[in-house]
Design a protein around this ligand. Structure first.
Ligand code: ADP
Length: 277
């Protein structure tokens, strides 16, 4: 009898703990949602005044009237370029906040691989020439010619991965390879960005996907950037039902791969839950 009573008490206690945990979980999810909404609104309010500062500092920097002294033009240029850095940061924060608060809409459509290739070529040929790097797009003959997904989001992920590859590579090459997906990796297409750049130490490879994290966090670091690109790419890839992985050897280079399935409509809910978790 005593035994039964104790078992019942224990199970009641467990029930209470479980309810408490569920409640806490809901609170955490809600507070992170409010935080993201707040950030999304703030970023929007910050952009408007910043845009007018950018336009006016540009007009000053151009010095069309010829009335400004050399030093004054230089100051205007500095205001303009710092303003642009700030705008990039705000845009990244806005993007991240939008995905985290589930405000990103997905508009899937049948995309032609050739169009994606043309886009990437247009975007990155200038920087590859500027930095003297080889830039190749290698499409496996078995890669499907179309994928059903969101055009803007896919391009945004590829842009982030390729910009990093060009930023952190000073000699050699950057390659975008496209391969057919596999059942095991739950993908229809695999996009890999391979570079021969500075690489990433093993113990840093997980950290770089966290918001604001950069391998070189010193104030004197050589490379600009916000430390948000990879977090945004990871969240967006999940929103599309896929994921991003990294393989890298320090001083040899890195490979970032995006595994992407055809988009399925029931994924939005799952993906935003994943993002919230
Ligand atoms: P950002 O490039 O703006 O700093 P990201 O989130 O895109 O932010 O990247 C985070 C960090 O990961 C970078 O600062 C860099 O240290 C590292 N990283 C990303 N891509 C590469 C790459 N291709 N090669 C070497 N390091 C990289």
């Amino acid at each position: 009898h005593e035994e039964n009573r104790r078992t019942e008490e224990k199970s009641n206690e467990l029930e209470i703990i479980k309810e408490d945990l569920e409640h806490k979980n809901r609170e955490v999810l809600l507070s992170s949602k409010y935080k993201s909404e707040f950030l999304a609104n703030m970023s929007h309010e910050l952009r408007t005044p910043l845009n007018s500062m950018l336009i006016l500092s540009q007009i000053l920097a151009e010095n069309d009237t010829g009335n400004l002294q050399k030093k004054q033009v230089e100051y205007a240029q500095t205001i303009h370029s710092s303003g642009k850095d700030l705008l990039n940061l705000i845009n990244d924060i806005l993007d991240l906040a939008k995905v985290e608060s589930g405000k990103v809409e997905v508009y899937p459509e049948q995309l032609q691989l050739n169009d994606i290739k043309a886009f990437v070529e247009r975007q990155f040929s200038p920087v590859s020439k500027y930095k003297g790097l080889d830039f190749d797009i290698v499409i496996d003959k078995n890669a499907p010619s179309t994928i059903f997904t969101d055009d803007q989001r896919l391009k945004q992920i590829l842009k982030n991965l390729l910009s990093n590859a060009f930023k952190f590579t000073n000699k050699g090459s950057v390659t975008l390879s496209v391969e057919p997906g596999t059942k095991e990796t739950n993908s229809k297409m695999i996009f890999s960005v391979v570079d021969t750049g500075i690489g990433i130490a093993k113990d840093k490879q997980n950290l770089i996907f966290e918001a604001f994290s950069q391998v070189d966090g010193t104030t004197s670091r050589k490379f600009g950037g916000t430390g948000l690109g990879l977090s945004i790419s990871r969240e967006l890839s999940q929103l599309l039902g896929g994921y991003v992985t990294v393989e890298s050897v320090e001083n040899e280079g890195s490979t970032f791969s995006l595994y992407l399935p055809d988009y399925e409509n029931n994924q939005t809910e799952n993906a935003s839950l994943l993002v919230a978790a």
